[in-house]
Design a protein around this ligand. Structure first.
Ligand code: MG
Length: 160
């Protein structure tokens, strides 16, 4: 089989006095995401999808939140490491599709910058990185602006 699919999901809590970083892009907002690393929820969902495609577990296994080494870590650096791992296993990314779920702020103006940044780190083209943004229609914790969630699917193709 020369293709594999993976999916990833993540959610982080919104709090004061934290930066909001999504897809490697710092976004101006009065709240930011809480986490051991920089809490880039979109990049985390994408990494889990990449690992999931090869049944390699999840990012908590490779970058445990109990390890001080990853405190405040730049998630794009972690993404580069996951990419290296899948390449070593003989795979490359066909495409990524993802959804960010946030009530606020408006994410649409930042999507093209996120796609370019993620593509740059993964050495692929921005048109291989799909990112959509939606609200949760004020429903549930995301709707109450208690957090931001992300879903991602990744198709891996055997490298030749
Ligand atoms: Mg996370």
């Amino acid at each position: 089989m020369n293709i594999r699919i993976g999916n990833g999901y993540d959610i982080h809590r919104l709090v004061a006095d934290r930066a909001l970083i999504l897809g490697g892009i710092k976004i101006s907002h009065e709240l930011g995401l809480l986490g051991h690393s920089d809490a880039d929820v979109l990049t985390h969902a994408i990494m889990d999808a990449m690992l999931g495609a090869l049944s390699l577990g999840d990012i908590g296994h490779y970058f445990p939140p109990t390890d001080e080494k990853w405190a405040g870590a730049d998630s794009l650096m972690l993404l580069g490491q996951v990419d290296q791992l899948i390449q070593e296993k003989g795979w490359r990314i066909g495409n990524i599709d993802s959804v960010l779920v946030a009530e606020r702020p408006k994410l649409k103006p930042h999507i093209s910058a996120m796609r370019e940044r993620l593509a740059e780190v993964l050495s692929i083209k921005p048109d291989q990185v799909g990112i959509k943004a939606t609200t949760n229609e004020k429903l549930g914790p995301v709707g109450r602006e208690e957090g931001i969630a992300a879903h991602a699917v990744v198709l891996l193709v055997a490298a030749d």
